[in-house]
Write a protein that binds this ligand. Structure first.
Ligand SMILES: Cc1cc2nc3c(=O)[nH]c(=O)nc-3n(C[C@H](O)[C@H](O)[C@H](O)COP(=O)(O)O)c2cc1C
Length: 148
């Protein structure tokens, strides 16, 4: 198994509905390929972790890397692992907003710039993001149902 983490800059036209569409596809595709992970979106940047068999993760990432909804894709880490950080999700989602980004370490001045992340920061960062993920995916579900 490998764990792959990358950062990217989202296309300026991308909105929450586009990210929901990405997640909808990712949930199905990743479950089929036994990939777990988390997608984090700040409105400006993406940070994503993908875990699974090497071939499946590599194939998934090569599709993601050429996706027009983001650019400046930079790999932070791709390394062998025996333990999944995200055993229960196809693809978790955290939307970083001003209200929750302060909980994260290593973000100078409260702004989220994942290009500054070091490989050694990742486990702690994703652990903190995971605590936000459930609540925020409820928000996403509410918006799908048309609730404010
Ligand atoms: C930031 C970002 C993250 C994505 N994450 C995934 C993912 O985890 N799994 C996935 O199958 N597709 C993901 N996609 C979508 C893929 O780029 C691609 O659209 C999808 O795999 C369908 O590709 P296809 O229509 O060429 O088969 C992501 C796209 C973006 C922009």
């Amino acid at each position: 198994m490998i764990r792959l983490v990358y950062v990217s800059t989202c296309d300026q036209n991308v909105q929450l509905s586009d990210v929901q569409e990405i997640l909808r596809v990712a949930e199905t595709r990743n479950a089929e390929r036994e990939i777990s992970g988390m997608l984090c979106w700040s409105g400006e940047f993406f940070l994503q972790c993908l875990e699974g068999e090497r071939g499946a993760v590599t194939q998934c990432f090569s599709q993601i890397a050429v996706d027009k909804r983001h650019h400046s894709v930079e790999l932070i880490v791709s390394s062998p692992t025996t333990v999944r950080w995200f055993s229960t999700w196809g693809m978790g989602f955290t939307r970083l907003m001003s209200s929750n980004r302060v909980d994260l370490p290593n973000f100078a001045g409260g702004s989220f710039n994942p290009y500054l992340l070091e490989a050694t920061d990742l486990q702690d960062t994703f652990a903190r993001l995971s605590t936000q993920a459930q609540r925020l995916s409820f928000d996403t579900a509410d918006q799908r149902r048309g609730n404010p």
